[in-house]
Design a protein around this ligand. Structure first.
Ligand code: ADP
Ligand code: MG
Length: 273
């Protein structure tokens, strides 16, 4: 059965998409069958980070949600040497297309959950990673409600940390069984210890990784995946070290996230234009 991991953050620019794409690649490198679905219809990034184009404008997540294709037809297989593993991507949409139809027509949000289950089964996945838009949207709700683990990405600044309570409440309401925290882009000259402690106190969770701001990362600007360009960099090692914590038998943070009285998850509903 596939482990489903949704990445989420309160604000944009935390490094969520970059971490999702690098983790997907590193997991495939270690022999796993991995798919990354870019549910960020507003600001898609995964196809740029992984350097692939959708098959066509219709064969994307947006195309699937508006009835133009089946979800497996939107899947792109990345072939660059992953050993025994395989990496699949479902791009959110093609450039300048798909979003208008979604806004104009709306779509049945239940299709997202159905599509994730279908992908996990027909691609025989070990891991399904779901990248999301920052904050809370219909796609994010569906992704988190489908996930075994909510991987929350935050910068150590107060603007990001102010969303911690909302993110925690969100995971509880959606009955997501596990939560994990990653602190990203700790500024140069800032001690990692206090940054970690501030984020852990805000989220009430141990940080699974604390990642520094790395200029080479920012400089790649989506031209190449960091883990592929810098396989021996300490940041790549920290991302690799995160994998066992995410793929352990018991979702991390399970106890913290499943108290007796967790609220009922909202029923999927049709997104209104
Ligand atoms: N650890 C890091 N060090 C330096 N730059 C980073 C790091 N993590 C992410 N970035 C950069 O931050 C920017 C935003 O990242 P992105 O993954 O698009 O964030 P999000 O998906 O949360 O909006 C990108 O330019 C990315 O290269
Ligand atoms: Mg993003």
């Amino acid at each position: 059965m596939a482990r489903i991991i949704a990445l989420h953050s309160h604000r944009g620019g935390t490094g969520r998409s970059s971490i999702a794409a690098n983790l997907a690649r590193l997991m495939a490198d270690t022999g796993r069958r991995v798919a990354l679905v870019d549910t960020d219809l507003q600001a898609p990034a995964a196809h740029v980070l992984l350097g692939v184009a959708p098959h066509s404008a219709d064969r994307t997540l947006a195309g699937y949600l508006t009835g133009l294709c089946e979800i497996e037809e939107a899947t792109v297989l990345l072939t660059a040497g992953f050993g025994d593993g395989e990496l699949f991507l479902v791009p959110a949409r093609a450039e300048a297309s798909g979003i208008h139809e979604i806004i104009a027509q709306g779509y049945d949000v239940g299709l997202l959950r159905e599509g994730f289950d279908r992908l996990a089964g027909c691609l025989q996945l070990d891991v399904l990673l779901l990248d999301t838009h920052a904050g809370i949207s219909n796609e994010t709700v569906a992704a988190v409600a489908s996930a075994d683990i909510l991987l929350m990405v935050t910068r150590p600044c107060q603007l990001d940390l102010s969303g911690a309570g909302e993110a925690t409440e969100f995971a509880l309401r959606l009955n997501c069984p596990g939560r994990a925290l990653v602190v990203n882009t700790v500024p140069p000259g800032t001690a990692a210890g206090p940054a970690r402690r501030r984020a852990e106190a805000a989220y009430g969770l141990p940080a699974r990784a604390v990642l520094p701001y790395v200029p080479e990362f920012a400089c790649l600007a989506g031209d190449r995946l960091f883990a592929a360009a810098h396989p021996d960099h300490p940041l790549t090692a920290r991302l690799t070290a995160l994998i066992p914590a995410l793929l352990d038998a018991t979702p991390p943070g399970a106890a913290a996230c499943a108290p007796g009285g967790a609220a009922t998850p909202p029923t999927p509903h049709r997104a209104e234009p």
